[in-house]
Write a protein that binds this ligand. Structure first.
Ligand SMILES: [Zn+2]
Length: 395
């Protein structure tokens, strides 16, 4: 990569490249740093000693390589500062604080009920930081469902929160006095996997999350693809004309037909179990989530619930198939709370897609599932903060 510009800028770009390599490698010696970044050994040594003086990185023992003097390894200094990662879900906040190596130090889930006023949410987030953060805060990220303007920190449309053009970045930044990054929640999920999950060596991938909502994201050439902002709203493709009303206002979206809400309604309409019917009717007044209802339904009326999951598998399979035909990904990663029930639908959905996708496109896709669970939604935001504040090279 040709580097041009002033000496100061050069130094700063080299410094960022070194930091990025240390962060992603976790532990690396100086010679490997020079080799991987293409920066001369002398410059690496100089940058490393400056970064150690600043407290950003530290030496951690020796490598296990054999022969000759064992090189000293470097890593990010976890004590330098913390990063806050938040996901705002339907009625709850998922909060984590991670250190500079990306390791989660503390986490909490807060159920906030139905009042999702932005000011109230910001106060809850600030309270969490005051209660739990024990170090200098470097930055924060918030992942929300819906479309966001990441560059300006604005939530453009989040139907589940009832938000439109909410300047959450600015609002929270004033409260926390650090830079705040706003991301779409599935983009955060995908960023986690690009950083240290299932997509680290992947060029072209599709990510689909199934649960109360249905989301998606695209990876093109190893990078998250956001299009003109908001790409990947796979939950809002129409699968049935004049179908169920969706949270987005349309009829027959995939999410309205195959989100947990739709599953719950279908089970209720079909079941003869009195217990389930009673639970359903009391739904609004109880603490029970849609997830809890589906779990109960599997116990109380396995037959009907199984039939509903058969339909669900087909709908999900159709979505997989259509998306594979359009994007021909090498990899399709499935995440979300619905994985809890994967035994009831996933294999069937995958088989449907493999069988029905165009030509051999379906057979060429590797299907896989998320292995991070809830943290996948917030860790990507933590990575975003570290990347932007530590080593993003801006043009
Ligand atoms: Zn919709």
């Amino acid at each position: 990569m040709p580097l041009t510009g002033s000496k100061e800028l050069m130094r700063s770009i080299n410094e960022k490249m070194v930091l990025r390599e240390i962060f992603l490698s976790q532990k690396i010696d100086r010679a490997s740093l020079a080799r991987k970044t293409g920066i001369s050994a002398a410059t690496v040594t100089k940058i490393v000693s400056e970064l150690i003086d600043e407290g950003l990185i530290m030496e951690v023992g020796e490598s296990t390589s054999t022969g000759g003097r064992k090189p000293i390894l470097l890593c990010m200094n976890p004590a330098y500062g913390n990063i806050l990662g938040v996901k705002i879900g339907l009625g709850y906040l998922q909060l984590i604080i991670a250190n500079l190596t990306g390791e989660v130090v503390t986490k909490q889930r807060i159920d906030f009920g139905e009042n999702s006023e932005p000011i109230r949410i910001s106060k809850l987030i600030k309270q969490f930081v005051e209660d739990r953060n024990r170090n200098h805060l470097v930055g924060a990220s918030v992942a929300v469902s819906g479309s966001v303007d990441s560059a300006n920190g604005v939530v453009l449309d989040s139907f589940i929160l009832g938000w439109k053009n909410v300047k959450l970045g600015e609002m929270l930044s004033k409260q926390l006095k650090v830079p705040v990054y706003i991301m779409n929640d599935v983009d955060s999920f995908t960023t986690t996997h690009l950083w240290k999950g299932k997509l680290t060596n992947c060029k072209d991938a599709l990510v689909i999350t199934l649960g109360v909502g249905i989301g998606g994201s695209l990876v093109v050439d190893g990078n998250l693809y956001t299009g003109n902002g908001g790409a990947g709203e796979v939950g809002h493709m129409t699968v049935r004309e004049n179908g169920n009303r969706c949270s987005c206002g349309n009829l027959g979206c995939l999410e309205a037909e195959a989100g947990f809400g739709a599953l719950v309604n279908k089970i209720y309409r079909k079941t003869k179990s009195e217990k389930l019917s009673m639970m359903y009717r009391n739904f609004q007044n109880t603490e029970m989530s849609e997830m809890d209802f589906i779990k109960l339904a599997l116990k109380e009326d396995a037959k009907v619930t199984g039939e509903i999951f058969e339909e669900y598998a087909t709908l999900v399979g159709i979505a997989f198939k259509n998306l594979i035909n359009i994007f021909a990904p090498e990899y399709l990663l499935v995440g979300g709370e619905a994985l809890e029930f994967s035994g009831h639908f996933l294999e069937k959905a995958i088989n449907y897609a493999k069988k029905n996708a165009f030509g051999n496109l379906g057979k060429r896709v590797t299907f896989d599932v998320d292995n991070f669970g809830e943290e996948a939604w917030t860790l990507g935001g933590v990575y975003k903060v570290i990347q932007e504040e530590m080593f993003a090279i801006k043009g």
